[in-house]
Design a protein around this ligand. Structure first.
Ligand code: UDP
Length: 371
């Protein structure tokens, strides 16, 4: 069967690969001038450092299925992600954990908070900030107020234009308070970065005689120029765009980036520094840390968050709330009434997927249709 996949990000590429391996013909259309979606990376000419063009992408998963699948296309560096937030001028570990407490409070108070957290939630517990804030214990409440103010409030207002309690709880719960001395950002069974970059891995996935990649083309342009009758259409762009916005425009948050070479070996202590209180940008990424690349210079990216505006900037984060869900479901119903039409991926599903969730959805979908 002929397959037309729109979007050459993680989702589109995984589906293309599995269908092609099964003997199906796949055309994958991408409106940008490169593959990889927002996981795309490139080598900076001046320094030789791999740069994550659309923000830091650190792969992490607990799924053997996802990990074993991706390992076929790349070796992986065993990078363990570290993030600091600047609190009162100092870098403090995020997720906010027992080391962060030590750094932010005088020894006696730190000890009291640590003891109470361990007694109340247990070692290695992950407590979302909005849950910790509900505590009736006066000490834990003081701690929760501090973390809310210094880590979550300002950052979330910059990132979402809303306060933590105004967005879906699952969003801030991605970065819970961690009752542990483990400083890693993720605790998944597998984490890392493709050794030669994401883009190289994607090239390997698309290297198949049954796959044709067309860049610089939208689905609309392609469908006007080609006969798509009878083809299976897999669309990984935003579902409202496919249906010409007939039920309204789905809201998203967008990002912009300022990337610069700095004339020093390292710019900051860890790969990502969050700025909950200071500056207009939300965070700074230092790219050489991901693959432990050597250079006497360093490449950094400042990341800014904006409202998504149609035809002005790109979609990054779906905004989960009841109203948006309702609009999405109207579109989805139309899709279900159309034969051989599927919507997948972060944009197609309108879900705040991590890369591994997108890959798992894509593998399951592709395996299911070739059955
Ligand atoms: N967050 C925050 N302060 C931080 C880190 C995260 O307030 O220092 C909140 C913020 O609302 C953010 C959410 O937690 O959007 C999820 O953070 P994550 O690092 O998972 O975001 P991503 O890397 O996907 O942009």
């Amino acid at each position: 069967m002929k397959n037309i996949i729109t979007g050459a990000g993680f989702t589109g590429i995984v589906i293309a690969n599995i269908l092609a391996e099964n003997g199906d013909d796949v055309t994958i259309i991408e409106k940008r001038n490169h593959i990889g979606g927002n996981s795309y990376d490139y080598t900076d000419e001046e320094t030789g450092i791999h740069v994550h063009k659309y923000g830091a992408h650190i792969f992490h998963t607990n799924s053997d299925k996802v990990w074993n699948y991706l390992k076929k296309f790349s070796e992986w560096s065993d990078y363990s992600h570290r993030v600091n937030a600047v609190i009162n001028g100092e870098g403090v570990n995020i997720p906010f954990n027992l080391n962060s407490i030590k750094k932010c409070f005088p020894p006696e108070l730190a000890e009291k908070y640590t003891k109470k957290l361990l007694e109340t939630y247990g070692k290695d517990a992950k407590v979302p900030i909005l849950e910790l804030s509900k505590t009736e214990d006066i000490d834990l409440k003081n701690l929760a107020d501090f973390i809310y103010k210094k880590v979550f409030e300002g950052y979330t207002v910059k990132q979402w234009g809303l306060k933590p309690e105004q967005i879906d709880m699952s969003v801030t719960a991605r970065v819970p308070v961690f009752v542990s001395y483990d400083n890693s950002y993720f605790q998944d069974k597998y984490q890392g970065i493709p050794k030669n970059g994401y883009t190289k891995m994607f090239e390997n996935m698309l290297k198949h005689k049954n796959i044709k990649v067309i860049l610089n083309k939208t689905f609309n342009e392609f469908s006007k120029e080609n006969d798509i009758e009878g083809a299976r259409i897999i669309y990984t762009g935003s579902i409202d765009e496919f249906f010409d916005y007939k039920y309204g425009v789905l809201p998203y948050r967008s990002l912009s980036f300022e990337t610069e070479v700095q004339n020093k070996e390292y710019y900051q202590d860890v790969a990502v520094t969050n700025y909950p209180s200071d500056n207009d940008y939300t965070r700074i990424v230092e790219h050489k840390r991901f693959l432990a690349e050597k250079s006497d210079k360093t490449v950094i990216t400042k990341e800014y968050s904006h409202q998504f505006e149609l035809n002005k900037n790109d979609r990054y984060y779906p905004i989960k709330n009841e109203e948006n869900e309702r609009i999405y479901n109207k579109y989805l119903q139309d899709a279900k009434n159309t034969e051989n039409l599927y919507f997948k991926g972060r944009l197609g599903s309108y879900k705040y997927y991590n890369m591994d969730q997108a890959v798992l959805e894509a593998i399951d979908f592709a395996e299911n249709i070739i059955k």
